[in-house]
Design a protein around this ligand. Structure first.
Ligand SMILES: [Zn+2]
Length: 462
């Protein structure tokens, strides 16, 4: 049993007022809210740092399993109650610690937000303390963990937000948020960019919804709904014993982004080529422009970014291509329930040599391959497919038909040019000629089943 996680985003509408967007005052409220929440988080982080011995307190409890009183670390719930008792002024408890009086510092602060913030602060301080003790144990001088920061995207628990979505009228979709105006806490309606896609994702029954987070950016604001799903998947060891097992192997490359092959009973039953449709070339031209601009402007100034929009464009394109390719891979897996997805352990394409723009482009290509790998793992796992990384040694040098070593070449007219980056592969033993990336993809299956070149070596004596 495992758990798959995904995020569904709902953007708030800050477009022009005439086009249904929220007014600018509401935008300012959000900023004030995040600021106020950060301020209270600073308060609580400081409070827990001042009482750090409480965090490591051990409390007795009755263990059902052992039928005796045992000791364990104090739980977060207990800590929360304790912290509220120490800082919050109530009727039953009129005098909290004088220097930590929360009500004085933040009058009328909503209790739901306060609890969320305290839990957040407990997590931050706990992780800081454990990092600190680990660092002290190593005895190194460098790398002392910094004090925990206070900023975080606020989590909206029940009682601080409510969604009012109407499927028929997009104009009538609102989210009600409890926000800080600078003087007091009020409920405010925010228009949202509601869409079919969001409604569909939220309504899917297998996915359990968690409390959303408010992500406030410079120009936009979004609600991020984290959703989890329980996934049942067989262990790879068990799958390997199944004679009808389907394996889906992926070879990631630059121009052929992914060559996907599915194999059952020792035969390749499906092949899909995902090409980049000239994306590599497109990105290269942007990077050429960037490197020319950098050359013209000379030494970069410290702390100042250049070509911001171009880099954003490149990153966005990379992300989009990665998602699409990963979806193509996950779709193949969905066709064979109970299959195993195979990847090579990623090797880097070397970034040395060539012009600067070329080096930059190779670096981007590496990142893209990493993203495709990660995303397709996530997407496949949500459908119950487990991913395995196999030994990549020699996948592109050995013949997938007979297992002998071969060479890559590209054919140019009637001539054959032997080159390492050639598109085709030729086996020197059986003269098998085949698309080089496809050959590599088939070899990934061979590596998984330890055949040919990947057969475990017999133990040599002496
Ligand atoms: Zn061969």
């Amino acid at each position: 049993m495992g758990q798959a996680i995904r995020t569904t985003k709902l953007p708030l509408d800050f477009s022009k007022r005439t086009q249904g967007g929220a007014n600018t005052r509401k935008r300012a409220y959000l900023e004030a809210t995040v600021q106020e929440l950060d301020a209270t988080r600073t308060f609580h982080v400081a409070f827990f740092l001042a009482h750090s011995d409480k965090l490591s307190e051990r409390v007795p409890y009755f263990s059902e399993h052992h039928q005796e009183i045992r000791e364990r670390l104090i739980s977060s719930d207990k800590l929360l109650t304790w912290a509220e008792f120490q800082t919050v002024e109530t009727h039953e408890h009129p005098d909290p610690l004088p220097e930590w009086n929360f009500n004085r510092a933040f009058p009328d602060f909503p209790s739901v937000y306060r609890r969320a913030i305290i839990e957040d602060a407990i997590g931050k301080v706990k992780s800081y303390l454990s990092h600190l003790s680990n660092w002290q144990r190593t005895g190194k001088k460098k790398g002392k963990p910094g004090l925990p920061g206070a900023s975080n995207h606020p989590t909206l628990y029940q009682g601080t937000f409510s969604l009012e979505l109407s499927g028929t009228d997009v104009q009538q979709s609102f989210v009600r948020l409890k926000v800080y105006t600078g003087q007091r806490w009020v409920w405010v309606n925010y228009p949202v960019k509601y869409n079919r896609y969001f409604a569909q994702r939220l309504a899917e029954e297998a996915w359990q919804q968690q409390s959303p987070k408010l992500v406030l950016r410079r120009k936009s604001a979004e609600l991020h709904f984290s959703q989890t799903r329980k996934v049942k998947a067989r262990k790879v060891k068990e799958s390997k014993l199944d004679p009808n097992l389907v394996t889906v192997a992926v070879d990631l490359n630059v121009k052929q982004l992914a060559v996907i092959t599915a194999r059952q009973h020792g035969k390749i039953i499906e092949t899909i080529f995902v090409t980049d449709r000239g994306f590599d070339q497109h990105r290269y031209r942007h990077l050429k422009r960037i490197s020319k601009k950098q050359w013209l402007s000379g030494k970069p100034i410290r702390g100042e970014q250049s070509n911001v929009q171009l880099w954003q464009h490149i990153r966005r394109m990379n992300k989009d291509v990665a998602h699409k390719t990963a979806r193509a891979i996950a779709n193949v897996c969905a066709r064979y329930p109970g299959c195993v997805l195979l990847f090579e352990r990623l090797r880097k394409i070397k970034t040395r040599g060539g012009s600067k723009s070329r080096r930059l482009n190779r670096k981007q290509a590496n990142q893209l391959r990493g993203q495709i790998n990660r995303l397709s793992r996530e997407k496949a796992f949500a459908q119950g497919t487990v991913t395995v990384e196999v030994n990549p040694h020699g996948t592109s040098q050995y013949c997938s038909r007979c297992g002998a070593q071969g060479q890559r070449f590209s054919s140019c007219g009637n001539q054959r040019l032997k080159a390492r980056g050639g598109k085709l592969f030729c086996c020197s033993a059986c003269m098998y000629e085949v698309h080089a990336d496809w050959n590599a993809s088939v070899n990934v299956h061979r590596s998984f089943f330890s055949e040919y070149h990947w057969r475990p070596l017999p133990k040599r004596s002496g």
